[in-house]
Design a protein around this ligand. Structure first.
Ligand code: ADP
Length: 183
């Protein structure tokens, strides 16, 4: 059973790669960003709260995000496993996830750490042009990434389960590299 976390800065291609891997290996793809965007488009209470935060480039509070992921993983019925994309993004989220993994007896967690430099990330995000891809929001999201999210990798380094993957190249090339790592 695949127990995967796709890690890396905004714009590095987590969403694209998670989708390809999930399709190929028949996994449950959980993108916390997508869950939030769906809530925004449906105009739910969560969506109303999340929109303001997302448009500023900040993080939605940990308790909300942890609740979403717990629910989703507990109800996942894809027996081949799952791939998380966009979670965990803080040390508190990673710690909550470790506890959940223990509860569910998931002991084979692997983290794929996608990398790219800031100039590349900024160029890609500007090209993508989502509503939270303005120059100012991108700058803030990168700051938040380096301050709050990058340290999360250390949690998994300590568990010896991280593999770095260079995020520069075509999506097919990167996908091939990831599938080779997972073989
Ligand atoms: P990207 O791939 O560009 O990083 P995402 O779709 O993963 O974008 O996330 C978009 C926004 O949703 C984030 O900037 C943040 O505001 C919110 N978000 C997504 N996942 C989380 C999370 N795990 N914790 C807090 N906020 C989150």
């Amino acid at each position: 059973m695949y127990q995967l976390i796709l890690f890396g800065p905004p714009g590095v291609g987590k969403g694209t790669q998670a989708e390809l891997i999930a399709a190929k290996l028949n996994l449950f793809h959980l993108s916390t960003g997508e869950v939030l965007r769906k809530a925004v488009s449906e105009g739910t209470e969560l969506g109303k709260k999340a929109k303001v935060i997302m448009d500023s480039g900040a993080l939605v509070p940990d308790d909300i995000m942890i609740g979403i992921v717990k629910d989703a993983l507990k109800n996942n019925d894809k027996t081949n496993g799952f791939i998380l994309d966009g979670f965990p993004r803080t040390i508190a989220q990673a710690e909550a996830l470790n506890i959940l993994f223990e509860e569910l007896d998931y002991q084979n967690v692997r983290v794929l750490n996608l990398t790219a430099d800031d100039a590349e990330l900024i160029a890609r995000l500007l090209k993508r042009g989502r509503s939270d891809d303005t120059e100012e929001t991108i700058k803030h999201r990168l700051e938040v990434y380096y301050k709050s999210t990058a340290p999360v990798k250390g949690v998994y380094d300590n568990l010896n389960c991280v593999t770095d993957v260079n995020g520069l190249g075509s999506k097919e090339e990167i996908n091939k590299k990831i599938l080779e790592i997972l073989e």
